[in-house]
Design a protein around this ligand. Sequence first.
Ligand code: PHE
Length: 493
Amino acid sequence: MGRRAGSAQQEGIFSDMVAATGSTEREGWSSRSAFILAAIGAAVGLGNVWRFPTLAGENGGGAFVLFYVACVFLLGLPLVISEIFLGRTGQDDAVGSIRKVAERSGASKNWSAFGVMGVVAAFLIVSFYSVVAGWVLYYVGVMGADFASAVLSGDPLRGALVGQSQEAIQGRMGDLFGNPGLLLAMHFAFMGVTLFIVARGIGSGIETAATILMPMFFVLLVGITIYGAFVGNMGDAVAFLFTPDWSKLDPPAMNTALGQALFSLSLGVAGLITYGSYIKGPAGLGPTSVTIAFADTGVALLAGLMIFPIVFAVGLDPAAGPTLVFQTLPFAFQTMPAGALIGLLFFLLILVAAVTSSISLLEVPTAWGIGEMGWSRLTSSLVFGGGAFLVGIACLLGYNVWSEVRPLGFWSLFAEKDILDTVDDFTGKIMLPLGAFFTAVFVGWRADRKLVQEMTGLSGFWLSTWRFLIAWLCPLAVGTILITGLFPQVLGS
Ligand code: PHE
């Protein structure tokens, strides 16, 4: 409350207010750029540096990438504006914010139900997100130990994991998955860091973390991309990522691209509603949202330009799937100059990106506990961080002791899925599109138009374009992802 310690009169008013409402003033970002940095930190995560290159590789590159970019700007961007609008206007946790906008618009309070779904989705996502980030942490350890031994042997610029066969390097992941204790330790450490930051609050926790980690992330990203351009095969990577072969863009690939755009921009789980609710001043939501969407997409593309030149340089398979980053790349670093060092920096970069996203995920239920249940921040973050930790344990046991378990095995869509994949797919294919769909319908059709205009700061051409996209294109397109995701037979696949 340091900033408020101004005049006695002001303090008097403040304590009256506290007495009247029974609560102290809600936390907030220190500036607009702090919000933008934190929101970019939320958006840029495993989705950009792990999932996007994986999906681009699996879906044939070019056409998928261009379609993805179209999804980001035609569907994602209007939704980013809408979510921040809800939070900025409501000044409350996600559920409370939607309720307040509904009240001010004369709409039913029941709309806040989609906020509840977002809170649940964020909680579920952070539980498995922390497990995957735990794998990254493990590789930071492996590469860190390798680099340390390179330094000690007097050859700090040697390749990574020298003397180890490709099988041995790729086998590490299987070893990790077969070791529940190790998986648990990594998950515990990552969730612990996430919880620690969220428990410290918006200013000294989340904002501070973003201010330190995001610049670090960008330096690493640009640095490793430049490295890849020199030692790798940039020409093939650019051709792969940007030459469209439209025949590869079948409906399932379009579906995947749309879902990935939502996930990467952190949409549909009330993340931006929650972060937006800590904006105090005027928001200018158009430019703010454009910045976030550009940064997120730029990072995904740069991550592709960082990873594929290295993959192609050693003739590896770009379509390796989810293990691309964990199994393919460490081997590629073996023959590259300074591979030990770059390999370590590469996994550190992914870890940094994961932290700034997982804190935004945990903040969603934490804010809900504070706003709706009246808990303190510490209690709320412990309840949800602890709860997500437990759900995450089930996910990681699904790789070893519970490897036979198929939680939604009765449902054909999830019949083959282990625990982590079930939670991932259930949130990604169902809850997230559903959240985005209701956000679009609510903001596009039910929210008071004057309020929307005033709070978004949009006008003229941009306002009408945004209105068209949010009221028509988003519900239609996102509704289509949802239906085709739920009933793949519709696509005949
Ligand atoms: N956008 C994050 C990523 O790309 C994931 C995320 C989803 C974060 C939803 C917050 C909310 O990794």
